[in-house]
Design a binder for this molecule. Structure first.
Ligand code: CU
Length: 411
């Protein structure tokens, strides 16, 4: 199964944010009789469903199953979507994420419309709200408590109870419906909040690879059932995220739209990410493959790199991406350097969800963790340069390429 990455909401580019908002707005319009509707899913938590678990067993597993169901509903509408998280736990923050903070936003057509991340429809009519001074409300002490839970909990049960408090504080401090078990699920922010709770659990699991206690593994997560079955799924079905098809990009860095041959600097110094990173994927997004075949060579800390810079045994080469021109459906191939590194998994996807007909999107990926560990671990900085050469090894100018965004996902 292909692994998809859940990202920090602050890392979504404008296209991904439009996709998310459009899918959420569509879920709002579905009737409660539809199991993929916002009304049905929001109602499971407290009112009218009252299924949620906040103690042991089941707090972490039940909410993982719940987020999985909510994400599936979004992906039924647009399969390019993954549930994003609200990171209130990495350091002091104020207010809710920018994408969730204003009542309206400007949509793809330029019209100002209600922001579905700001408020959700309530069963009796009307919309959710948050405390009036949410924009100046701080969450720093809660972040400290969450970091403490990550650092000091030695077994599952103690981690689950240590995380419960900071999780609850975020509910209470956000206020409005988020502060009540019955109606919290109706604020769309709920799903970003619990996605972060789930991410923290996944982080803790990465450093504590122990199984679930028997009472958790066997606990039945009502109302989550196997597809086409009346059998309730046990906690063990949600013990780890890989079998569910997702991981978290704990850190992401969106580079400003750059052209090939330009230098872009990534600053890791505020984030202790490189030492613990399983992977660091450089994702290049484009709407068109170049007409001519090309090779993109990614160099780190070599501002003078050009078409003549050697690629064999060059420690500054992070990897290459080969692009076969002319064919709309050609597959790009990424090769990390040196040869021992993990295999890159590029893929193009087109025609998904709301993408307009004829508008094809490509994502080219390159694993650059080995190069970053080699070059950026000491300084916390990496200067990235993408060099483009044609099949004869000649330099290619930027107008051959249409790179909308370059993103680095670290997990
Ligand atoms: Cu909660």
């Amino acid at each position: 199964m292909a692994i998809r990455y859940r990202r920090n909401i602050n890392c979504l580019g404008s296209d991904a944010l439009h996709d998310l908002r459009e899918a959420l707005a569509q879920m709002f319009t579905l009737p409660a009789s539809d199991e993929h509707s916002f009304a049905a899913l929001a109602g499971l938590h407290g009112s009218p469903g009252n299924y949620c678990r906040h103690g042991a067993p089941g707090f972490l597993t039940w909410h993982r199953a719940y987020m999985h169901a909510f994400e599936r509903a979004l992906r039924c509408i647009d399969s390019s979507i993954t549930l994003p998280f609200w990171d209130w736990s990495s350091g002091p923050t104020t207010g809710v994420p920018a994408a969730c903070a204003s009542p309206t936003y400007v949509n793809r057509s330029g019209a100002t419309v209600p922001n579905p991340l700001f408020a959700g429809p309530l069963p009796g009519g009307g919309f959710t709200a948050r405390r009036a001074d949410i924009a100046t409300t701080t969450f720093g002490d809660i972040a400290t408590a969450a970091q403490g839970a990550l650092a000091t909990s030695l077994d599952f049960n103690s981690f689950q109870s240590a995380l419960n408090g900071p999780h609850g504080s975020v509910h209470v401090r956000t206020g409005g419906q988020m502060g009540s078990v019955a109606f919290a699920g109706y604020d769309p922010l709920f799903y970003l909040h619990h996605c972060n709770v789930d991410r923290l659990w996944a982080r803790w699991q990465a450093s504590h690879p122990v199984g679930l206690p028997a009472a958790e593994a066997g606990f039945l997560l009502d109302p989550f059932r196997l597809p086409y079955s009346t059998t309730l799924r046990p906690g063990s079905d949600f013990a780890t995220t890989d079998p569910l098809g997702y991981r978290y990009a704990n850190f992401c860095f969106v580079l400003p739209p750059i052209l090939v041959w330009e230098l872009a600097t990534i600053d890791f110094s505020r984030h202790r990410v490189l030492d613990e990173a399983r992977s660091a994927r450089l994702v290049l997004r484009s709407t068109a493959m170049p007409k001519l075949s090309a090779e993109l060579r990614v160099f780190i800390d070599d501002p003078d790199a050009n078409e003549a810079t050697p690629v064999a045994d060059n420690p500054n080469l992070a990897g290459t991406i080969g692009l076969f021109g002319m064919a709309a459906h050609s597959h790009a191939k990424g090769t990390p350097a040196p040869a021992a590194a993990a295999v890159a998994a590029p893929h193009g996807h087109g025609g998904d969800g709301s993408a307009a007909a004829g508008e094809e999107r490509f994502e080219l990926e390159l694993e650059i963790a080995p190069a970053l560990r080699r070059l950026a671990a000491k300084t916390g900085m990496a200067a990235l340069k993408i060099v483009a050469v044609d099949s004869d090894g000649r330099a290619m100018s930027p107008e051959h390429f249409d790179l909308q965004a370059i993103e680095l996902l670290v997990d």
